[in-house]
Design a protein around this ligand. Structure first.
Ligand SMILES: NC(=O)c1ccc[n+]([C@@H]2O[C@H](COP(=O)([O-])OP(=O)(O)OC[C@H]3O[C@@H](n4cnc5c(N)ncnc54)[C@H](OP(=O)(O)O)[C@@H]3O)[C@@H](O)[C@H]2O)c1
Length: 387
């Protein structure tokens, strides 16, 4: 985390893009909740089994992202949640109108979810790719959350009811991730995995950040990227890549950032801070003369990535086959890293990028998954509002 210690990080001015976040405003779409089926209710009852249905006084997030005042409300025993009890495509997702509100364990807080976001890992997990290390079905998916703390478990010291927080709810996304995720009205999260929501960002913007920004940061950190070095980001317009470009420039002080995307996203890459924007539909980046100290591959092009790294450089590969000297890692959740990144988010040096097709209301989680799985999302696919 050495890069955070640098105080000489230059500010970059952004050209305004329609992709970049607009001032907080209530989305035009309204949440229309479909009826749940009997199977979904049964899922809730199974999850609920053996747990007392307690009630407590708590705060609830406003449905307006601009609002920051929490109103008191009771935490119910049941909630709306998206869940699946079999692996498969997006059609396995069912809206459960009476899922159990998760119990709050030691060191955890209960978060009233205001907004959530999807990541490719949610789709891969739902498809059963991580069955060997997954939590048992049924699953309420969702790693990314932004919301309001409404209940505090034993041993929690830093957070209190009413705090507006964001984070990635499972410390290891592939190793026993939580059964009850963020695509629900409430989710229980370890205090250490959460950070206070950056001032000036609304819930939808904050929800799109945790998994992607933690991945971008951990990947760049593991490469040893330092001020004055060059980096090429493959997949610069995606959830992770859009943040990797910005962190490389604003947090790590890279002197030159290259990035790849298709034609209509080239201007976006430049607005994010890329010095070299490569249209992969017109040029093969591995055939260009430029070489980089670091290559950050968010596409799965590890074999080509190693062709453009300088001698002694570093190649981090998020997905797909790894070719030496490339390496892969799996992101870990960590609230203190988010806290360290908050100043960059609060100053606007690093900006969340929400896909302009969204945010998708809670009723359209299936559509949001289908959209994410096209592989064409620009920035983050966000779910907002969450009732
Ligand atoms: N190892 C880890 O810990 C970790 C953590 C997070 C994510 N990941 C993985 O990393 C990958 C990226 O995640 P993400 O959240 O950024 O996905 P994403 O947001 O869904 O990525 C979509 C973007 O990828 C771009 N893209 C697709 N093919 C491309 C190509 N050939 N060249 C350049 N850009 C291309 C698309 O741009 P165009 O429309 O212009 O093609 C689109 O903007 C996923 O496979 C994910 O599972 C791994």
């Amino acid at each position: 985390m050495q890069a955070f210690l640098s105080s000489s990080i230059p500010a970059t001015s952004y050209s305004r893009s329609s992709f970049l976040p607009q001032p907080p405003q209530a989305p035009a779409k309204l949440a229309i909740l479909p009826l749940s089926g009997p199977r979904a209710a049964a899922v809730a009852r199974r999850t609920e089994a053996g747990r007392p249905a307690g009630r407590c006084v708590a705060a609830s997030a406003s449905s307006s992202p601009a609002a920051t005042t929490a109103a008191t409300a009771e935490v119910p025993a049941a909630m709306k949640a998206w869940a699946y009890d079999a692996y498969g495509d997006a059609s396995v997702l069912k809206l459960d109108e009476a899922a159990a509100v998760p119990a709050v364990g030691e060191g955890q807080v209960l978060v009233k979810v205001a907004a959530a976001a999807l990541n490719p890992v949610d789709a891969k997990r739902r498809a059963g790719k991580f069955q060997a290390t997954d939590s048992p079905l049924p699953t309420v998916p969702g790693y990314d959350v932004a919301g309001v703390v409404v209940k505090v478990g034993g041993g929690v010291k830093g957070l209190k009811e009413g705090d507006e927080v964001y984070g990635m709810i499972s410390e290891k996304p592939l190793e026993g991730p939580k059964q009850s995720g963020s695509l629900a009205e409430y989710t229980a999260v370890e205090e250490k995995l959460l950070a206070l929501k950056p001032k000036g960002l609304d819930f939808a913007q904050a929800a799109g950040l945790p998994l992607a920004i933690l991945t971008a940061n951990e990947g760049l950190e593991r490469t040893g990227l330092a001020a004055g070095k060059s980096v090429l980001v493959l997949g610069g317009a995606g959830g992770v890549g859009s943040l990797a470009i910005q962190l490389a420039k604003q947090v790590y002080g890279a002197s030159k950032v290259g990035a790849t995307a298709s034609t209509k996203k080239i201007e976006l890459l430049k607005s994010l801070g890329a010095d070299v924007a490569i249209d992969y539909t017109k040029e093969n980046f591995e055939e260009l003369p430029d070489k980089y100290d670091v290559v950050f591959d968010a596409v799965g092009q590890g074999d080509k990535a190693v062709k453009v790294v300088k001698e002694g450089g570093s190649v981090v590969v998020l997905t797909g086959a790894v070719t030496p000297p490339g390496f892969r890692f799996v992101v870990s959740s960590n609230g203190s890293t988010l806290e360290k990144l908050n100043p960059y988010l609060e100053s606007g040096k690093v900006k969340p990028l929400i896909d302009p097709t969204g945010p998708f209301p809670f009723s359209q989680v299936v559509e949001a998954f289908s959209y994410l799985e096209t592989g064409r999302a620009t920035g983050k696919v966000v779910i907002f509002p969450v009732p």
